[in-house]
Write a protein that binds this ligand. Structure first.
Ligand code: FAD
Length: 478
């Protein structure tokens, strides 16, 4: 190791304590949890994993890395799906793990806000809010291990966006350590503040490329009196879209979730997790999961739901439906939906697309793109599911039955991505709805993003991080 990196390690140990700087120098330390991404698409090698315990320590680490000319990869729960939180293989990058910044700083019941540190695990925050009688509506399948800092850095979506918006919509203020190691104190709980450029919105969704989020002030909502879940079989995607329109009309703001799942996606859950007892999937091309939250009572919510399902049955937009009788049944239905990514992983590597399309165009997009795929790569299996209420599909492509998944990815990934992303562009959609860009999609961005927008993004990066030290190669290619 050269002298510059070795004195950086000394500076880092001084900043956060010897025990919080993990390196390969110690043969007993296994860094794979920080160096390997969740989907096992990339494995890097870090100079060190550094775990500061306070904002001041984060700032000191950033300054030490800047002085040594070393780049930083911020990391939360490392559940990201676009290869954004793991180091490259140079052995010179510092992984800055935020997981020790896990304090809840305050809850303001009258202002309906919760101020927390970036490394708090999302599920712990949901529970903290619930115990105080509030709802923190951000919810996604990785909530048991992803952190709020990672959620904000990727502007995470999840299952409640339809009603409450994505992570950006739930955040009022941020505390950020800049690329220069200064602390921007922007932990405002204000819902109105028009005093110039919105720095908060700049850092949200920036995937660690502009600075390190160390704390955030989040919006809270009153807990609904009742949350009911229904599972319906629908005869087509057109019918699913019609059912969504009807649900908007009849449930209004009560409609808090609307997920769609293709028969093949559910068949994988049934194959790999038969104990989950997936309902109604065998005779329908799609099933949907609906959630109705009510501020009045469970009885009111159930009546509304039953009216909706009856109208839909009469109109032919659904063929059969079940309403969960209690919380545990509701959780069971959500668990099936959330098990699709795991079932897919069990089936083998696949080509993931997290896309958004205007809801009205989704049936035509799916029909056209699936037909094109089958013509160009016969036999591919489409694992199509997602947050239909937000126009967000996980349009994933699995190798043909019996084919080696690794070989399939090596041979077909570029062709499949181009085909799907070109179709997304024709339908005025986005090639990344909620997972972000990372390094997995950075190369695609110049083809699909407006060139003026891309130029402005490069100018922002240059202004905030002129030496390209914050998570280089993510979002923007060099
Ligand atoms: P990481 O994976 O550690 O990091 C993600 C990115 O954020 C990286 O670029 C990293 O550098 C940056 N980053 C992390 N922390 C900070 C920080 N404090 N400051 C600056 N930059 C930082 N995502 C959705 O949007 N919706 C879903 O429904 C969804 N479902 C998922 C289901 C599963 C099973 C899995 C594994 C993932 C899912 N994801 C989903 C993706 C992932 O959980 C989210 O992107 C999550 O927000 C990442 O949080 P994290 O703490 O794990 O971040």
């Amino acid at each position: 190791m050269n002298e510059r990196l070795s004195s950086l390690l000394t500076a880092l140990r001084q900043a956060v304590g010897v025990a919080q700087v993990l390196t390969h120098e110690d043969p007993d330390t296994d860094l794979s949890a920080w160096e390997q991404d969740w989907r096992r698409r990339a494995r890097g090698r870090a100079l060190a994993v550094v775990r500061p315990g306070s904002t001041a320590e984060v700032a000191e680490v950033v300054r030490a890395c800047a002085a040594a000319g070393t780049s930083i990869v911020p990391q939360g729960g490392n559940t990201g799906l676009v290869v954004g939180s793991v180091p490259d293989d140079s052995g010179t990058q510092v992984v800055l793990s935020l997981t020790r910044l896990n304090a809840v700083r305050s809850l303001d019941a009258d202002n309906l806000t919760l101020t927390v540190e970036a490394g708090c695990v999302l599920q712990n925050l949901q529970e903290h809010a619930r115990e105080a009688g509030f709802l923190l509506p951000l919810s996604l399948a990785a909530e048991g291990s992803c952190t709020i800092g990672g959620n904000l850095a990727t502007n995470a979506g999840g299952t409640q966006v339809l009603r409450y918006g994505n992570a950006r919509d739930l955040c009022l203020g941020l505390e950020v350590v800049t690329a220069q190691g200064e602390v921007w104190q922007g932990l405002s709980g204000l819902r109105k503040d028009n005093t110039g450029y919105d720095l908060r919105d700049l850092f949200i969704g920036s995937e660690g490329t502009l600075g390190v989020i160390t704390a955030a002030t989040l919006k809270l909502y009153p807990l609904p009196a009742a949350q009911l879940t229904a599972w319906a079989a629908v005869p087509s995607l057109d019918a699913a879209v019609a059912l969504l329109g009807l649900a908007h009309k009849q449930l209004g703001a009560g409609l808090t979730g609307f997920e769609v799942m293709s028969q093949f996606a559910l068949s994988l859950v049934d194959k790999h997790f038969p104990d989950l007892r997936t309902p109604l999937w065998r005779d329908s091309p799609y099933c949907v999961l609906l959630e109705n939250s009510d501020s009045e009572s469970e009885m009111h919510a159930r009546e509304q739901f039953e009216r909706l399902l009856e109208t839909a049955l009469n109109q032919g937009t659904l063929s059969d439906a079940v309403v969960a009788e209690n919380l545990s049944q509701a959780q069971g239905l959500w668990h099936i939906r959330e098990s699709i990514p795991m079932a897919q992983a069990e089936e083998g590597l696949n080509i993931k697309h997290d896309i958004s399309i205007p809801v009205s165009a989704i049936p035509a997009f799916c029909a056209e793109t699936e037909a094109l795929l089958q013509r160009q790569v016969p036999g591919v299996r489409l694992v199509n599911f997602g947050h239909l209420g937000d126009g967000n599909l996980h349009f994933n492509v699995q190798a043909p039955e019996g084919q080696d998944a690794k070989k399939f990815l090596a041979e077909q990934e570029t062709r499949v991505n181009t085909l799907v992303f070109d179709a997304v562009a024709r339908y005025d959609g986005s090639i990344s709805a909620e997972h972000g860009v990372g390094s997995l999609k950075a190369g695609h961005l110049p083809h699909y993003k407006d060139p003026v927008a891309l130029g402005l993004m490069r100018a922002i990066k240059q202004a905030l991080d002129p030496h390209q030290r914050m998570n280089p190669g993510r979002i923007l290619t060099p």
